[in-house]
Design a binder for this molecule. Structure first.
Ligand SMILES: Nc1nc2c(ncn2[C@@H]2O[C@H](COP(=O)(O)OP(=O)(O)OP(=O)(O)O)[C@@H](O)[C@H]2O)c(=O)[nH]1
Ligand SMILES: [Mg+2]
Length: 318
């Protein structure tokens, strides 16, 4: 057994067992996790964090698997975080995970972690960010983060990546699926997967129109990157090297334009606000106490007091 206090040292030294334990510790949060995160944080900031998001079943897991294999062929080490929130679509994810495990098992240059669903989506976002930090600190060159782009929280997770790949697939509906989830906003690279299926070219064309209209509206600030649209067949790897080329180009663009530093600041700000919000809420709730809290809820529901007056009173008492 390795003591919790040695986990960081061991994990950073390349001990995979320690790394797995450290990730579990961080996932579960708690006091020990905070200490571990504090000591590993100075070692973060090296990895290229690449988010892979899109509607359920578009082929995210299959593509992540292929991207990881191609990166390994280039000698690049890869951490993978697969977020699998409790959803009715987990069948595909599980299949994808199994495929991935088999292909990449036994390779020291790859570390895969599937995230269990958390109590809350906010908790999931926090845990994903922290696990990504662990893999970054452990020295993986690229960290691929797979999230189902199905809601605001997933969009938020994707926003913490340096490069976000949004995946579409033909035949998922009449409209372009990603539009609904607001994923266009965060796409740095668009991939139409399942290009072996009919309709892929149409999907690509539809995306082209939308993304370029959207891009032109963004004006010409520092964000001069036009998200390229690529087609892939993740099942056999067709188009995957091209995706990696574009991802590398995006990294170069970020570094040269100053957008890399800008994204780091954005991430720091989002994290600070999220943690501050959560901590303040926890502290206030702890002081109010469960019983008092319930009393306030009852009084608001009974129209004895409105919510603003209630909050003013609660905070005034701190
Ligand atoms: N025809 C075809 N099928 C594909 C392709 N890529 C993936 N699939 C299949 O599509 C299904 C879903 O693939 P996954 O990789 O699990 O998709 P996912 O987006 O990770 O799914 P969730 O995690 O459940 O949202 C699987 O049956 C894959 O084999 C492709 O390029 N062509
Ligand atoms: Mg999946």
């Amino acid at each position: 057994m390795i003591a919790d206090s040695n986990l960081v040292t061991e994990a950073l030294a390349g001990n995979r067992y320690a790394l797995a334990r450290l990730i579990s510790l961080v996932e579960d949060d708690g006091t020990n996790a905070r200490g571990a995160l504090a000591s590993l944080y100075p070692h973060t900031g090296q990895a290229h964090i690449v988010g892979v998001t899109g509607a359920p079943g578009t082929g995210k897991s299959t593509l992540v698997n292929q991207l990881a294999r191609s990166l390994r062929d280039q000698g690049t080490t890869v951490g993978i975080v697969a977020v699998d929130p409790s959803s009715p679509f987990t069948g595909g994810a599980l299949l994808g995970d199994r495929v991935r495990m088999r292909d990449l098992a036994g390779d020291e240059g790859v570390f895969i972690r599937s995230m269990a669903s958390r109590g809350s989506l906010g908790g999931l976002a926090r845990a994903t960010g922290d696990v990504t930090k662990v893999l970054d600190a452990a020295g993986f060159d690229v960290v691929l983060v797979e999230t189902v782009g199905a809601g605001q929280s997933e969009v938020e997770i994707a926003r913490t990546a340096h490069t976000t790949i949004v995946i579409e697939a033909p035949g998922l509906g009449d409209e372009v699926q990603a539009l609904k989830a607001g994923l266009m906003e965060i796409a740095d690279v668009l991939v139409v997967n399942k290009a072996d299926r009919p309709g892929a070219a149409n999907t690509a064309r539809a995306l082209e129109m939308v993304i370029h209209r959207h891009h032109d509206r963004r004006g010409n600030g520092y964000d001069a990157w036009r998200p390229p649209i690529l087609q892939t067949i993740a099942l056999d790897g067709t188009g995957v090297p091209e995706v990696l080329d574009v991802v590398a180009q995006h990294r170069e663009y970020l570094e040269k334009s100053g957008a890399w530093a800008e994204r780091e600041r954005e991430r720091a700000e989002t994290e600070l606000l999220n943690v501050l919000q959560q901590e303040l809420l926890n502290r206030v709730l702890a002081r109010v106490g469960e019983e008092q809290g319930r009393t306030w809820v009852e009084r608001i529901a009974a129209r004895e007091v409105d919510v603003y007056t209630a909050v003013e009173t609660i905070l005034g008492r701190q």
